[in-house]
Design a protein around this ligand. Structure first.
Ligand code: NAD
Ligand code: DAU
Length: 335
């Protein structure tokens, strides 16, 4: 297929682009604004592939989107483009509103004009927190943060384009991803890099919050299944095989990196912190997908990847991320 992958220079979008080129022989055009989280380095191994093209541009920019569509002549748009960090959405929600609301709208209009298939990449956070049991696609939307609320708004807009205009749009909602190329503001890469550098490991509150971990290659494959086999108008959840409390994850990272347990430090809790996420994936499993990577194996491989790929994270840890870390955690990182 010819695909326009928006937000494809980020963590999961680049994983998806790699998978589609390598495993499916697709032609992939990435359109990405290159925010702090978007990096061409994430696509370094694809840059010379004749079936790959990178274009810099924002999804809320109609002209950039029109030019990308002219260049790519896509059969489908897959939209990963988003602001993705909950803590940043609490501190500064502006970009979350414009990218998720306006950006999604511009892409939907472009898809409608040209009758393109459309896949919206979304998150389990739109359902809010669940103490027991698991969310299905029928669960009500109850987002808690500016991040998840604007993602839920984008999902509703996508569904309105199916109901009103018959746009062949599908939504795929994933649980917490981890793996190579994840920006180190997120729990797992943050803890790995801090552990390796002798920095403290900042656990929010009591650390008993539970997340449903999915390896990024499994989520990318689920999105591919939904792209190929999903019914227009439908939502598909893709949850990982394992749920873990944050403290368990951090202790395991301490073991895998050879850091000291004394580096773990409980810090002020995140405002409105969701206690637990859990997703049922029956519907996407019925399309033939299942997750391949168990969390214990995937975490070990992820620690090894960060240990071996300082070329990727060194420029991040010496740049904007240091200032962000000081604002968010009130302390500096070791050089
Ligand atoms: P990321 O932050 O690593 O990447 C986001 C990408 O979007 C970056 O390359 C960034 O430059 C680009 N982008 C941001 N605003 C843009 C704009 N206005 N126009 C064009 N490009 C823009 O995020 P990720 O973790 O790879 O997440 C990708 C998608 O998957 C998001 O929609 C997110 O909501 C969803 N998701 C993420 C997770 C997770 O655990 N990371 C889980 C479920 C769903
Ligand atoms: O569930 C899917 C979502 O997962 C995605 O939609 C989001 O884009 C992604 O950022 C992620 O959201 P979370 O808020 O769950 O991920 P984060 O890595 O920020 O935090 C995971 C858990 O770890 C959460 O309970 C907060 C906690 N945490 C996080 C950080 C950064 C800490 O205890 N300390 C930290 O320093």
């Amino acid at each position: 297929m010819r695909l326009l992958v928006c937000g494809g220079a980020g963590f999961i979008g680049s994983t998806f682009a790699r998978q589609r080129l390598r495993e499916h022989g697709d032609q992939v055009t990435v359109l990405d604004k290159l925010t702090y989280a978007g990096r061409e380095e994430n696509l370094h191994d694809l840059a010379r592939d004749p079936s790959f093209r990178f274009l810099r541009g924002a999804v809320e920019d109609r002209q950039a989107v029109a030019e990308a569509i002219d260049a790519a002549a896509p059969e489908a748009i897959v939209n990963f483009a988003a602001e993705t960090h909950v803590d940043r959405s609490i501190a500064e929600p502006d970009a979350f509103v414009s990218t998720h609301a306006l950006g999604t709208y511009v892409l939907l209009e472009a898809a409608r004009e040209r009758e393109l298939r459309y896949v919206q990449v979304s998150t389990d956070e739109v359902y809010g927190s669940i103490d027991e049991g698991t969310f299905t696609e029928q669960s009500p939307l109850a987002p808690s943060s500016p991040y998840s609320a604007t993602k839920a708004g984008a999902d509703l807009l996508v569904q309105s384009y199916f109901h009103t205009y018959g746009l062949p749009a599908v939504i795929c909602r994933g649980s917490n991803n981890y793996g190579p190329y994840q920006y180190p503001e997120k729990l797992i890469p943050l803890m790995i890099l801090n552990a390796l550098h002798g920095d403290s490991l900042p656990v929010y509150g009591d650390g008993m919050q539970v997340r449903n971990w999915i390896h990024c290659t499994d989520f990318a494959a689920a999105i591919g299944h939904v792209l190929a086999h999903g019914q227009p108008g439908e939502v598909y959840n893709a949850g990982g095989p394992d749920e873990e409390a944050n403290m368990t994850v951090v202790r395991r990272i301490v073991q895998l990196t050879g850091a000291a347990e004394t580096q773990i430090e409980h810090v002020a809790d995140r405002p409105g912190h969701d206690v637990r996420y859990s997703l049922s994936s029956q519907k996407v499993r019925a399309l033939g997908w299942s997750p391949k990577v168990r969390f214990s194996d995937g975490l070990e491989q992820t620690v090894a990847w960060y240990r071996d790929n300082a070329w990727w994270w060194e420029p991040i840890r010496s740049g904007e991320y240091r200032a962000y870390y000081e604002r968010q955690y009130g302390r500096s990182l070791h050089p």
